[in-house]
Write a protein that binds this ligand. Structure first.
Ligand SMILES: N[C@@H](CCC(=O)N[C@@H](CS)C(=O)NCC(=O)O)C(=O)O
Length: 226
């Protein structure tokens, strides 16, 4: 059975959706990143980058959410695009992996957690996050899903983060991203999405973002500055 190392953050949640959509049997293995469990020697053998998600599938260990989506799609032959769609699939998957995820994550970090002065960093990351979400919105303006009529792993990758758009960009963000909202609502209505989100009932993760949690998640804070 696949062991799924996760918490409730966007990148693991897209993998939970994928596992549920594919009907794969998996054992959820909580990693409480606010308690620093991502730095345990056991977990570092699975993901030397000390982040979730990661999966162990027999002798295959896969970390990084978008790599896992692609691995599972290739393993099962499910949720891949029809012939001719491989190029766009790879492009949009990497767009989420290298743009949507990192810029959205850093926008949250600088807006909510960084100390002052932070105006330059907030401006840069919120601007870039908005710009990336705008590109996705335009992509979805004349397509039901990211690659056309068929739902696939790129949609799952987008959903992991689109659930968090108001948290990333502000409560009114969907007013200017109507197609992203429509896409989010359609995926939210899928039974697999409800099952993926029900993972939150399985384990009580640490809720407090106290100093110990910040040190576990932002290890540069332990560095001495000159
Ligand atoms: N590129 C990685 C990013 C993984 C990542 O940043 N995971 C976050 C949760 S969404 C995490 O583990 N944070 C804990 C930490 O940074 O210590 C992926 O897509 O899986």
């Amino acid at each position: 059975m696949i062991r799924f190392h996760y918490n409730l953050a966007p990148n693991p949640t897209k993998v939970a959706l994928c596992l549920e959509e594919m009907g794969l049997a998996y054992e959820p293995m909580p990693v409480d990143t606010r308690k620093g469990e991502q730095h345990s020697p056991e977990f570092l053998k699975i993901n030397p980058n000390a982040k979730v998600p990661a999966i162990v599938d027999g002798d295959q260990v896969v970390f990084d959410s978008n790599a896992i989506l692609l691995y599972l799609a290739e393993k099962t032959g499910q949720f891949l695009p029809p012939a001719g769609g491989r190029g766009p699939m790879l492009s949009w998957l990497m767009f989420v992996a290298t743009g949507i995820g990192p810029y959205s994550g850093q926008a949250v970090h600088f807006t909510r957690f960084a100390p002052e002065p932070k105006e330059y960093a907030v401006n840069r990351y919120v601007f870039e996050a908005r710009r990336h979400w705008g590109i996705l919105d335009a992509r979805l303006a004349d397509r039901r899903f990211m690659l056309g009529d068929d739902y696939g792993i790129v949609d799952m990758a987008v959903w992991g983060w689109s659930r968090l758009v108001p948290f990333v960009l502000g409560d009114d963000a969907f007013a200017t991203l109507p197609n992203v909202k429509r896409h989010l609502d359609e995926i939210n209505a899928r039974p697999a999405a409800a099952r993926a989100l029900a993972l939150k009932e399985r384990h009580a993760f640490k809720a407090e973002m106290d100093e110990a949690a910040k040190l576990a998640m932002f290890p540069h804070l332990a560095q001495k500055t000159a």
